[in-house]
Design a protein. Structure first.
Length: 561
């Protein structure tokens, strides 16, 4: 190719985005970074995501017997062998508490899993006939997600399966964490008027969202450190109309005079968000106050509300938003093709969205109705790099932060808890739930040359680190319809050098475990195009890295065909 009339292009993969064309958006737009995560060492370099690792399989560990011998004799071992949908999950310290379906009773029963010892902690108090546990919810479709929070020494559990007969909410008493006890009921002195839809600890009180059949929805709050007692009938805030309340969050708000003011964030569907501050027990009088935030938005995804270093994140109908520490609601993060919003805009069921933040990473699972076959996808956002990446192949129905990682319950994989790491480590594996992982690196349509002509490309390089222990990487050039211009395979070359299997000074050490290097993409023929996307797909493994792309175009001088 003559170097005259050519355009070199250096392309660094920065973020996954919705954009169909990257000409008018910031450079580095990727159509997908599937099962790839940011390499910790280098900007815009990507490495395969570590596999999620099984922590506990309830069905395989006789999860019928932890409560009592009566439970075991009534139901026998493996009571969860055919079900075991986990509907609630909350990590507190080193314990993962939750609710799991128990087919013999048709109810959800509580569990406690010790993350340090990988063992179940027995919970007493569950009735064999299921009359003090909530009815198990459906595993698909719209639902009111259960919520859990700790107030004092009691974990309060709200659940759509409570019907006032089996209780209004559940309580896991962890006064002695080694011997937790379950019960269900309602608040005493002043009872909640209906089964609550959510609970949150605020100022040491349990705040319950209640949507009664008649009257105004309200947030009822308990006595301090006594979550099952409401002493005064005035311990409630209503929100001006009868629109249902959907979710709760907590936020530390910066004050102009300095310091942090703790606030409870109350979501009223997608119509409004309220900030509640103060406390009823303040001296000399109550300082409780509620204020509507600056944008009429909200969430239908209670399990998407999560604290982050930049504020309280949640999935709104138009994507991820953040309520910052000045109580201002951001625009959708990544709108107009700069990131990922369409999987959330076109979600099949917003109430099933699950999201969480930890290790500088926000991750959210949603069923994407805008994609072929409506797959459930996991999209991640790196706060420091401000980069979206995904979709990932092992989405979550529930997710919780734990130390520098996540504890998840995978979508459609019942009765199992997994650990899902963000960054690769020496112990990372790439077999996930019995399946070998693969990755896909694909650019959006590369920026137009604005020459109104066809282009020809022969010379291409792609920065990659490869290994002889995995098959070659498939690299393809695609047009705007996804049709393939050409496909080539790129391999590491050579074989790994084994200690004691060569003569010293007569072999190159670590030839097979290749370093990061611009790999030539030797097309079989010139690629003639107006719009172009480059695609790379390979098997996930520890040494693999993929990053910067270089291409050289020749302008052919005639308009596109």
């Amino acid at each position: 190719m003559s170097l005259r009339n050519t355009t070199p292009l250096a392309f660094s993969p920065v973020t996954a985005c919705d954009a169909l064309d990257s000409t008018d958006i910031p450079s580095g737009a990727m159509q997908q970074l599937r099962n790839l995560v940011p390499d910790p060492s280098t900007a815009n370099l990507w490495a395969p995501r570590p596999a999620s690792v099984l922590l506990y399989d309830f069905a395989a560990h006789n999860f019928g017997s932890p409560w009592s011998s009566a439970f075991s004799s009534a139901f026998g071992p493996h009571v969860l062998a055919t079900s075991g949908f986990i509907s609630a999950l909350r990590v507190i310290g080193n314990q993962a508490y939750g609710m799991i379906a128990n087919p013999p009773t048709g109810t959800d029963i509580p569990f406690c899993f010790n993350l340090l010892t990988n063992s179940i902690v027995n919970i007493s108090g569950v009735h064999v006939n299921g009359d003090n546990t909530p009815t198990s919810p459906l595993t698909t479709g719209a639902w009111t997600p259960p919520t859990m929070d700790i107030i004092g020494t009691k974990i309060i559990v709200t659940h759509p399966g409570f019907n006032t007969i089996n209780g209004y909410f559940g309580i896991i008493n962890i006064n002695n964490p080694a011997t937790p006890a379950w019960s269900s009921g309602n608040t005493i002195t002043n009872a909640l008027p209906a089964v609550p839809v959510a609970v949150k600890n605020f100022n040491g009180r349990a705040w319950y969202l209640v949507n009664p059949n008649t009257g105004n929805p309200g947030s009822y709050f308990s006595d301090v450190l006594v979550p099952d007692t409401i002493t005064s009938s005035s311990q409630v805030i209503t929100y001006d109309d009868n629109v249902a309340l959907t979710a709760l969050g907590a936020l530390g708000v910066e004050q102009t005079q300095g310091g942090i003011l703790q606030a409870l964030i109350v979501f009223k569907g997608v119509s409004n968000v309220y900030q509640v501050t103060g406390d009823a027990a303040a001296t000399p009088s109550s300082t409780l106050a509620k204020n509507s935030l600056n944008i009429a938005t909200g969430t239908l995804a209670p399990n998407s509300v999560t604290p982050t270093p930049k504020g309280l994140a949640f999935i709104s109908p138009d994507g991820m938003r953040i309520i910052n520490f000045a109580a201002q609601v951001s625009p959708p993060i990544g709108d107009a093709g700069k990131g990922i919003t369409t999987p959330f805009i076109y979600t099949v069921q917003p109430t099933r969205i699950a999201a969480c933040f930890n290790a500088d990473t926000f991750r959210a699972s949603t069923q994407n109705g805008n994609a072929a076959t409506s797959p459930t996808q996991d999209w991640w956002f790196d706060f420091s790099r401000e980069s979206w990446y995904g979709p990932h192949d092992f989405p979550s129905s529930l997710i919780q932060p734990y130390k520098g990682t996540f504890v998840i319950t995978p979508t459609a994989v019942f009765a199992k808890l997994f650990q899902s790491d963000v960054s690769p480590s020496l112990s990372s594996t790439y077999i996930e739930n019995g399946t070998q992982m693969t990755y896909t690196w694909q650019t959006s349509m590369l920026p137009d040359t604005d020459q109104m002509c066809e282009n020809a490309m022969v010379e291409t390089t792609l920065h990659m680190a490869l290994s002889t222990s995995v098959p070659p990487v498939n690299v393809a050039a695609l047009d705007q319809t996804g049709a393939v211009f050409d496909t080539v395979q790129v391999s590491a070359g050579g074989t790994s050098t084994l200690w004691d299997a060569f003569n010293w000074d007569q072999s190159t050490w670590n030839l097979g475990l290749s370093v990061l290097f611009p790999r030539p993409i030797n097309w079989h023929q010139p690629i003639v195009f107006r719009k172009l996307s480059i695609y790379a797909n390979g098997q996930s493994d520890a040494p693999v890295q993929i990053g910067r792309l270089h291409l050289r175009y020749e302008h052919l001088g005639y308009i596109q065909q």
